[in-house]
Design a protein around this ligand. Sequence first.
Ligand code: DOR
Ligand code: ZN
Length: 345
Amino acid sequence: MATELILPQPDDWHVHVRDGALLNTVVPYSARQFARALIMPNLQPPVTTCEQALAYRQRILAAVPSGQSFNPLMTLYLTDHTDPLDITRAALNECILAAKLYPAGATTHSEAGVTAIERLDPVLDTLQEQGLVLCVHGEVTDADVDLFDREAVFIDRILAPLVRRFPALKVVLEHITTREGVEFVRDSSGLIAATITPQHLLYNRNALFRGGLRPHYYCLPVLKRETHRQALLEAATSGNPKFFLGTDSAPHRRQDKESACGCAGCFSAPAALELYAEAFEHAGALDQLAGFASHYGADFYGLARNTATVTLVRDRWQVPETLPCNGDTLIPLAAGETLSWRLRD
Ligand code: DOR
Ligand code: ZN
């Protein structure tokens, strides 16, 4: 049995690092694990312009511990009022890679998101023309659609028509959670890809209710049935370059999760690569981890692959129950669980 696994340095193609004091606490966890990360723009107020994105990037860089290198790559938050000129400007800046579509009301800080997809046509035209990527939170928000069906319905009603109308647009369906998501991406053109989180590979929806309500396993899109987890695991370990790593690490303070109306998001950054290794090993596919974690995302975004390496050591360890955060507490994903691989510093 292998005791060491050497991988090209991985990248995280979907992460929330927040702002202010929380940013300073969480950035070091991502910087320890990843060479580059695609930073989500759902701050309050949202990051809608190039100037805001580049200023935010500087705040992230200032939080990287000295001696570590970490390249935050930025996204613009699309609203009903996004100016296509901002997309043209973003395309000229190598630190901005994508624009993020949040359907209004779909998730944390999505109030400023898009209320009707048709409004976005001029922006989508410009994204397509400039070769910037559209990152999509793929859930409808209609109150009459069951929460567990929101991704599948989004694909049918919104995404499939969009991809037909903009056939040269590069699209990442973020944090896919369903068999329908896997099949749509797999059967679409090479311009359509998906990220997959560690929680959707490791857990099904039972994790939310094991012995009681478990808010630290609540994220959006919500965990689904086991059959969907199996489909995601097959996709992630298949060697198909359309599926790559995006943690969706989304820290919230403990009291904001353990609340009568708890926030959505799993804070996976502290053990991200180890969690993926756990999932891949259970699937008997550790040999596919390098492609998924280190190659396919960079290839999709048209960036060079990382040349440095990281080492995972076979070493059982327990994910901390809590992590300090400026007088508050963060609960990492898989808190208290024992993992088989540890990232060597
Ligand atoms: O669980 C989630 N948390 N899903 C999202 O789409 C957003 C994220 C957050 O920012 O907290
Ligand atoms: Zn996210």
